[in-house]
Every structure is written in C-alpha cells, then in structure tokens.
Design a protein around this ligand. Structure first.
Ligand SMILES: CC(C)(COP(=O)(O)OP(=O)(O)OC[C@H]1O[C@@H](n2cnc3c(N)ncnc32)[C@H](O)[C@@H]1OP(=O)(O)O)[C@@H](O)C(=O)NCCC(=O)NCCS
Length: 242
C-alpha cells in the first residue's frame, strides 16, 4: 500500500464526531452490530458507562466503514497489527479504507484517510495541575519552548495541541506509545503545525491538522501525504441511520 500520496492532489480527510452517551435503548439495538470479540471486550469494562461508550464507538465505526465499503456493518472484519495492535479492516480487493479512531470522555472521533500512515487523536481539554511535569517528561526542548511559561493563561492549550499532534503521529506510524514521544518534535507555532524533526524518515513527508471539534475538545490529524485536502467534519448520529 502506498504510504505517501505525493502527486495525487490534496488528500481528502473525512471526520465524524460521535457523541458516546446516548439512550440505553439505542445502545442495546446497536450492540447487535458488534462481533463476538468486541462484545467480549465491552463486557470486560468494569463500569457500565465505559462499556456502553465502547459499544457506541465500535458501532459507529462499523456504520461509517460499512457505508464507505458497501459491506453490511455487522459483516466487517478487523485484523490487528501483531506488534503494536493497530486495527485494520479486512475487506474488498480494492483495498480497505484507512481509518483511525480516538476518544476522550464522552466524545469519539473517527477519521477516514487517504494513506496508511494516517491517524487522528482527540482530547478533552481539562485542567491538569502538573502538565508542566508531564511535558518535561515526554516533550522535546523545542516543544517545551513553544508551550512556554506554564503560568501563562494559554500554556495548557499549547500543551494539549502538542499532545494530540504527538499522539496522532505515533498512531499514524502504527506504533502508538511504543514510539518514544521525545524522538520527534512538532511545531505548534506554525499554521498548520508541522513535524520539525524525527528519528525515523523525513519530516517533510508529514502533514498535520488541528481542529476544535467541539468547544473544550482539541483534535489532531497526522497524515503522510503531499498535502492535506479540505477536512470534512460531520457529527455522527444513530438517529439518522437509514
Ligand atoms: C494507540 C494508543 C496511542 C491509543 O491511545 P489512547 O489515547 O489511549 O486511545 P485513543 O482513543 O486515542 O485511540 C484508541 C484507538 O487507537 C487505535 N489503535 C490501537 N492501537 C494502535 C496503534 N498501535 N497504532 C495506531 N492506532 C492504534 C484503535 O483504533 C483504538 O480504538 P479502540 O480502543 O476502539 O480499539 C495507545 O493505546 C498505545 O500506544 N497502544 C499500543 C500499545 C502497544 O504498543 N502494545 C504493544 C503490545 S500489544
């Protein structure tokens, strides 16, 4: 599969926000879309609220991928990368759509991207008292300089921007948090943000986007494509199902 779509024009990205706290009656209905493995995973959550949120995000993922492929959502099959666990869709000869998902609190973000090295990450922005210590542990000097004085009113927002960009990047590599977070630097001072250094590959291969899908949330897109096309952001609702 091509990793970089350099000359094929701006790479389109479709995103859906998925509100996860929905009616228990709907949760019960859509649970039938999940596989046995997914239901077992749902049942392993200790708290009913987390179990239901998992059901909702997986059902939404199946509906979105079902509509992108024409395969009934309950028939979709996934395979996980054996080394790092990234899930891929097993389907059609034409090549499965590349997807990425992320969730924070009661909101999920699902993205369909143009190349395998594509991912999204979302976080709810909350006060973290020791965010400067977290940043010092995981971020590079370049990123720490961009976040600036932790006492500054906007420092927490800058911390979160860095965080989602870095998570989206390691997810796009497929390695997740196995990839050392201090082995690459993102620059949040440019618009769009960019990768300025990485221990693996060429930083100029990468494109990033930052969006605020809802007030109080921040999300990043990382994509190894020549250029990022317009980002089509929609809100997913099970009420609008055909
Ligand atoms: C991937 C990872 C960064 C997710 O971070 P998070 O903020 O907790 O979770 P998010 O909600 O943003 O993302 C979760 C989604 O990322 C995807 N994902 C899982 N592993 C992934 C990976 N290695 N690369 C990219 N995406 C991955 C899945 O779609 C998952 O959705 P699901 O929970 O519905 O299955 C983190 O869990 C991680 O690093 N996992 C890999 C751990 C690992 O290396 N294990 C090796 C032994 S198996």
């Amino acid at each position: 599969m091509a990793n970089i779509a350099r000359d094929s024009g701006p790479a389109p990205v479709s995103l859906w926000t998925v509100p996860l706290d929905i009616s228990p009656i709907v949760v019960k209905q859509i649970k039938s879309l999940l596989s046995v493995d997914e239901i077992e995973r749902a049942e392993r959550y200790r708290f009913p609220r987390d179990r239901d949120r998992f059901v909702v995000r997986r059902a939404a993922l199946r509906q979105i991928l079902g509509s992108a492929t024409g395969v009934p959502p309950e028939q979709l099959r996934f395979i996980a990368d054996p080394a790092f666990g990234r899930p891929f869709l097993l389907t059609a000869e034409s090549g499965p759509p590349i997807f990425s998902s992320s969730h924070s609190d009661d909101l999920a973000l699902i993205g369909l991207g143009p190349v395998e090295r594509f991912a999204v990450d979302i976080e709810r922005v909350r006060r973290i008292d020791d965010f400067a210590a977290v940043a010092a542990r995981f971020f590079t000097p370049h990123e720490l300089a961009a976040i600036g004085d932790p006492g500054d009113a906007h420092a927490l927002d800058r911390f979160y921007r860095c965080w989602v960009l870095k998570e989206a990047f390691v997810k796009a590599l497929g390695e997740g948090l196995s990839h050392p977070l201090d082995s690459f630097s993102v620059d949040i001072t440019t618009d769009p943000p960019r990768l300025v250094s990485t221990a693996t590959g060429d930083p100029s291969d990468w494109r990033f986007g930052l969006i605020q899908p809802r007030p109080g949330w921040i999300a990043a897109i990382a994509c190894a494509a020549g250029s990022l096309g317009p980002i089509d952001l929609r809100s997913w609702s099970f009420d609008t199902l055909p």
